[in-house]
Design a protein. Structure first.
Length: 183
């Protein structure tokens, strides 16, 4: 029989799609107020160049950035972070259209998990309308394993390298957490 144990905390990330740099700065402050210091951020890259999926709602020339938060979080927090992000998107909407898209995720040594409000066959329901999916799996020597449903932008630069960088940051954080658990 397996024992039910709480897993080691994970690295919280939030991906932000936006058009207005001033709005990004405002939301960054809001995220830091709620989830603590950001310890790494990706380069800003063009999401619209990869996919026009959100252009009808948010307009053309959408950019994306990924934030990593310094303090590891319990893995069960993902649903609550998604609910906060959804409320923030609504708060920053105009005429029923979002000005921001916020996607929270958890990064561990083994995978990168994103939260979503959309159900699909490979997604697991967390409650309150929130689902989770393993978006990427990580292997030895920084191997990134995509899945059939992996969002393409996470496979390309600069997102791919950034997630591997955050994985290495998390490796150090995880070692410190494990050391503290042993004490």
């Amino acid at each position: 029989m397996s024992e039910l144990n709480e897993p080691v905390k994970a690295n919280l990330t939030v991906s932000v799609m936006f058009r207005d740099p001033e709005l990004l700065a405002e939301v960054r402050k809001l995220l830091e107020k709620n989830y603590g210091e950001i310890d790494a951020e990706s380069e800003i890259y063009s999401f619209s160049a990869i996919s026009p999926y959100y252009d009808p709602e948010m307009g053309e020339n959408i950019n994306k950035i990924i934030f990593s938060f310094k303090e590891p979080v319990p893995r069960g927090i993902l649903k609550d972070v998604k609910l906060f992000c959804a409320a923030t998107e609504l708060e920053y909407s105009e005429n029923g259209s979002r000005l921001l898209n916020l996607d929270p995720g958890l990064l561990t040594l083994e995978n990168f998990i994103l939260a979503t409000g959309k159900n699909y066959s490979h997604r697991i329901y967390l409650g309150s309308g929130v689902f989770a999916e393993v978006t990427l799996m990580f292997g030895k020597k920084n191997a990134v394993k995509e899945l059939p449903w992996t969002y393409r932008d996470y496979l390309f630069e600069p997102a791919r390298s950034f997630l591997l960088e955050v994985r290495e940051l998390y490796r150090v954080k995880r070692a410190a957490l494990l050391k503290n658990m042993e004490s």
